[in-house]
Design a protein around this ligand. Structure first.
Ligand code: ZN
Length: 434
């Protein structure tokens, strides 16, 4: 039986999840915690002054965040990096989103982001969060405001079974027809005009005419919680990949000073292939590491030596063996919930892990006193990819792909093991205690 006292971080992890309903808010939650721990914000458009042992962070597009503790060794000593991603699959609200629908109902037009399991979004108490762009005196630099409504505002009502008796035999869904959320009852279609903008302006206390654009998404307002007769499981939206972002941040905050530079890299847009300036396919991390090396007095050769001396843990969650579908997993490598961090390996290099980097991570887990396990795809299943192999097209880093074992990846609510997160934080802290 699991000992609840061993779950030191789990309440904090759940608070973190609840405070982070979308990518922009996740970055803001991390940013605040870094500020509370005396990390200094750096602006990419200005000159940097970095002291050995100093703590710094930088954001990109408000939706990616990179924090580091500068090493107190030589510029070529290299980096210990943990990467994760801030985004999760879901629904983004389209411009001109109001639709007057049958029954004097106002619904909102949305577009699917990434690959959510669509039917898990039905009949939930949903709300809205994200970023709003507001007019300033400088056309190239409008103001950016974060917004989170907090209270339930919308739901996507499912069709009653009486209108589709075959619903439980498989029910194909249209993203455009079946998945639109309702937000209000109206008397007149004129009420639809700027309905959302009025709400946003009200929430932010600004003039509607100053709102230029927005990046707003839906989220489930149901808080994270533990389930299981011994609180074995954590269930929450967005465990993929905010539980790894939380673990990386916690290890960065709790680990000791280091000769090498410790880096936490939280990218956006992993769920759509990482191909944005704030995604892992951009040269953002290369620029950051190169710049840290230069600010610590290194030259080009020092940077290349630093990259060669570095190691990255690419942290993104993995599929735990499912009690109802064990046949979906590889016959000999099927990670289980509660079995510790999962090393992900793929013969076709969808993961950056190789025998050398897996060996490094296994020893780190051993030193931290935590178990670890492997995930390999069932050979007839294509599987997914993640940050690690995309990052190595930009920087030739040694590293490992790993994560926590999870059920229902990309459901609006995913389930993982509580103790696995303690194991992973312990392993990450050991990695950063270099
Ligand atoms: Zn992920």
């Amino acid at each position: 039986m699991q000992k609840p006292e061993a779950l030191l971080h789990i309440d904090d992890l759940m608070s973190f999840m609840d405070a982070s309903p979308v990518n922009f808010l996740a970055v803001e939650t991390i940013r605040r915690r870094l500020e509370n721990a005396d990390f200094e914000r750096l602006d990419q458009s200005e000159a940097w002054h970095i002291e050995p042992g100093g703590k710094y962070y930088v954001t990109k597009n408000d939706s990616a965040i990179f924090a580091f503790v500068a090493g107190n060794g030589m510029p070529y000593d290299g980096f210990r990096i943990i990467s994760a991603h801030s985004d999760s699959p879901g629904f983004r609200i389209k411009p001109a989103c109001e639709i007057a629908a049958a029954g004097k109902v106002l619904k909102l037009n949305t577009e699917v982001y990434g690959g959510p399991i669509l039917y898990t979004w039905f009949d939930r108490p949903l709300s809205i969060a994200g970023r709003v762009i507001v007019r300033s005196n400088d056309p190239l630099h409008p103001e950016r405001h974060l917004v989170k409504f907090g209270r339930p505002l919308l739901t996507i009502p499912h069709l009653a079974i009486h209108f589709n008796r075959a619903v439980n035999d498989g029910n194909p869904l249209s993203k455009q027809k079946d998945m639109l959320p309702v937000i209000a009852l109206i008397n007149d279609t004129a009420e639809c005009n700027d309905y959302l903008l009025d709400m946003v302006a009200d929430q932010l206390g600004i003039d509607k005419s100053d709102i230029l654009d927005f990046d707003l998404s839906l989220y489930d307002t149901t808080p994270a919680c533990l389930v299981g007769s011994n609180d074995e499981f954590i269930t929450s939206g967005r465990l993929d990949d905010l539980s790894m972002a939380y673990s990386a941040m916690t290890a960065l905050l709790e680990s000791a000073e280091c000769q090498m530079t410790k880096v936490m890299a939280i990218f956006d847009n992993e769920e759509t292939g990482s191909g944005t300036k704030q995604g892992a396919a951009s040269p953002e991390l290369d620029y950051l590491l190169r710049r840290i090396c230069a600010c610590l007095g290194g030259n080009d050769e020092d940077y290349m030596r630093a990259v060669s001396n570095s190691f990255m843990v690419s942290a993104d969650n993995a599929h735990g063996i499912h009690p109802n579908y064990p046949e979906k997993q590889d016959p000999t490598n099927h990670p289980r919930l509660g079995g510790g961090p999962v090393i992900k390996i793929n013969a076709n290099c969808k993961y950056m892990t190789d025998a050398d980097s897996a060996a490094v991570f296994r020893v780190i887990c051993q030193q931290a006193g935590v178990p670890c396990q492997y995930f390999v795809n069932h050979s007839d299943v294509a599987g997914g990819s993640t940050l690690g192999n995309i990052l190595t097209t930009q920087i030739p880093l040694r590293g490992v792909d790993m994560g926590a074992a999870l059920w229902a990846m990309h459901s609006v609510r995913e389930t993982a093991s509580a103790i696995d997160h303690e194991y992973i934080i312990a392993a990450f802290t050991e990695f950063f205690n270099c």
